[in-house]
Design a protein around this ligand. Structure first.
Ligand SMILES: Cc1ncc(C[n+]2csc(CCOP(=O)(O)OP(=O)(O)O)c2C)c(N)n1
Ligand SMILES: [Mg+2]
Length: 621
């Protein structure tokens, strides 16, 4: 006789681990599944293929639906929400043009490893492949820029798919997940089964370094003279900032971050080297790759860089490395990442470790607590202090600014009153005591925001780093403000970037989301102008944004535009007016636009031209 058992049969066991709901429509199952994932906000723009979902959303008591004024704004807002909170941001659009408008946001989330769940309505199943009205294969279109994606073909899959989507988006290396759901499935009815847990075959995000490898790191530290910690967005996504600070303090190893890693380590900390790369601090770049002098076009090394590079949660992006084989050329490289595909992708590692970074740092901290690091690195700290003293981040009013068209057209020759963009950010840093969450557009203002605000905590600097998507700043600020209503959230934007999603001022006003926009308005696509100046003898290739027939006018008029959205706004031209104007913006409990007019002649320094080395770095001496 076979052995009897009181254990339930597998199928029944699975059901016990699930919740069976009442009969509902597909659209309602989707909303109920989102509620079960703790979603409190969705940024959703309706259309024919998603209005069933919106109808269901109107009946949700848990989910706030924010109507962006462009699906791209909705996707960036979902990202801003996710970057600020660490929880998946959710956006939704109809099929066809609605879905394609999400694509830039999905690509952005993919490049910067941001957990986003993007839901799209699709034409009814029997119309798929027929070239139906507003039919676009969004599953196919987004395939290379998602962590995972689903086209739902059975109403009974909805609850499981939503659970899986959030799990995949938020675990391991986070990323975007697309759920495409045909209209007929939204309209069908069934009794849903909401799983309480899921297991995905072949997906194991919980990777842990073994002690042998971690002890090897400790051995390398003891043997090194010039170690540097090079830390990225992985530290923030992995919630490992506290562990990183402990590790850096216990080992006394200086820390540089990538732009994605800004805030992972307090930039006000004595061990901070700020961020590195194309526009990073000169001393961070020297600390990694060494200091060089150019003599007759020959690069001569005058001081060595790191002999040990602890690369934690980074991807050796080209904006960080420049010419990659010259990046930290003479250092031993330890690379820890939770995503095995990052290992040896751009730069070979001497010690590659696939691990959750929080676990690895926790365990390293335990190991060095038991046996403290003996090495002191005194000479290295002296060298770094000398570099920091010699080449801090700094700016001055140059001859070029004084001779610029901006001076003639707008300043009436009042040279002492010119506002440099860097000044505005430094002043904002002082007035907010370094506590604000900043978002940015893409361009010079983005780099200056990173340089002249000092970030103290993770999830404080939200910027489109990998994709570099103009238009990111203001909608991302809306998402961040929804996630962190008690924080001051400020978008430092360029005039070009702000214009790309200016319609989101309507979302801000109607939804009462008090995100501020500080526009550093140079009337140009400043970053492209900088490259024109450097590489194309200043020939302007469609980089002027003002009205060529009326250069004295500031064009477009963001103040009038903001007012049309019922958003308070102010323009500042002269330095004497800036502090009070910034304070008025900060004191406002509404969305707000502050349009600060700046010269376009400023260049972002330091600057290592693309594909070059630290020997080619231009910096303010
Ligand atoms: C969507 C998009 N289009 C084009 C670019 C190329 N691009 C990079 S920076 C830049 C200039 C941005 O101008 P603005 O927002 O005014 O910022 P500024 O550099 O003047 O501070 C451009 C056109 C981009 N990054 N993103
Ligand atoms: Mg500009």
């Amino acid at each position: 006789m076979s052995k009897t058992t009181t254990e339930p049969k597998p199928a029944a066991a699975a059901l016990e681990r699930a919740e069976v709901g009442p009969t509902m429509q597909g659209s309602e199952i989707l909303v109920a599944a989102l509620e079960r994932e703790g979603v409190d906000t969705i940024f959703a723009y309706p259309g024919g293929a998603s209005m069933e979902l919106h109808q269901a959303l109107t009946r949700s008591r848990k989910i706030r639906t924010v109507l962006p004024r462009h699906e791209q704004g909705g996707a960036f807002a979902a990202e801003g929400y996710a970057r600020a909170s660490g929880r998946a941001g959710v956006c939704m659009a109809t099929s066809g043009p609605g879905a394609t408008n999400l694509v830039t946001g999905i690509a952005d989330a993919f490049m910067d490893s941001v957990p986003v769940v993007a839901i799209t309505g699709q034409v009814p199943q029997h119309m798929i492949g027929k070239g139906a009205f507003q039919e676009t294969d969004i599953f196919g279109l987004t395939l290379p820029i998602v962590k995972h994606s689903y086209l739902i073909t059975d109403i009974n899959d909805i609850a499981r798919v939503v659970k899986e989507a959030f799990h995949i988006a938020q675990t391991g290396r986070p990323g975007p997940v697309v759920i495409d759901i045909p209209k007929n499935i939204q309209q069908q009815r069934t009794q849903p089964v909401f799983p309480r847990e899921i297991r995905l075959r072949g997906y194991d995000p919980d990777k842990r370094a073994d002690d042998v490898a971690l002890n090897e790191i400790i051995g390398l530290i003891e043997k090194s003279e010039r170690p540097v910690l090079y830390c990225g967005g992985g530290i923030i996504a992995g919630n490992a900032s506290e562990e990183l600070r402990r590790f850096a303090e216990a080992t006394q190893i200086p820390v540089t971050t990538t732009i994605m890693g800004v805030g992972a380590f307090p930039e006000t900390h004595p061990l901070s080297l700020r961020w590195l790369g194309m526009h990073g601090a000169a001393y961070a770049n020297w600390a990694v790759s060494g200091e060089f002098r150019k003599v007759d076009d020959q690069a001569i090394k005058v001081a060595p860089g790191a002999d040990l590079l602890l690369a934690f949660g980074v991807r050796f992006d080209d904006r960080v490395t420049g010419k990659v084989d010259k990046f930290c050329e003479s250092g031993t490289i330890v690379h820890i990442d939770v995503d095995p595909s990052e290992i040896n992708k751009n730069k070979p590692a001497n010690l590659p470790i696939v691990s959750d970074i929080k676990y690895a740092l926790q365990r390293l901290n335990e190991l060095i607590r038991k046996q403290a690091i003996q090495k002191k690195f005194t000479g290295w700290h002296k060298q770094i202090a000398e570099w920091k003293g010699r080449a801090p981040l700094r700016y001055r009013v140059t001859e070029e600014v004084l001779k610029s068209q901006h001076m003639r057209d707008h300043m009436g020759g009042k040279a002492g009153e010119v506002i440099l963009p860097q000044m505005a950010i430094e002043l904002l840093y002082e007035l907010t005591k370094g506590e604000a969450i900043l978002t940015t557009g893409v361009g010079q203002h983005q780099m200056w925001a990173g340089q002249y605000y000092q970030f103290k905590f993770p999830r404080q600097f939200l910027t489109s780093a990998g994709l570099g998507a103009m238009g990111y700043g203001y909608p991302a600020a809306l998402g961040a403000k929804v996630a962190c209503p008690d924080k001051q959230v400020i978008d430092i934007d360029g005039d070009g970037s702000f214009l790309m999603n200016v319609q989101e001022l309507a979302t801000a006003h109607i939804e009462k989301i008090a995100a501020k926009a500080l526009i550093l308005n140079n009337q140009h696509l400043g970053m492209v102008v900088q490259w024109e100046d450097k590489f194309y003898k200043g020939n302007r290739g469609h980089t002027y944004l003002g009205d060529p027939e009326n250069r004295e006018q500031i064009y477009p008029d963001f103040i009038a535009m903001a007012k049309s959205f019922n958003v308070p706004a102010e323009r500042v031209m002269f330095k004497k007016d800036l502090p009070a104007a910034l304070q008025r913006m900060l004191d406002s409990d509404e969305p707000y636009v502050l349009d600060v007019i700046t010269p376009y002649t400023e260049h972002v320094l330091p600057f290592i031209p693309a594909g070059r080395t630290v020997a080619d770095m231009i910096y303010q001496e």
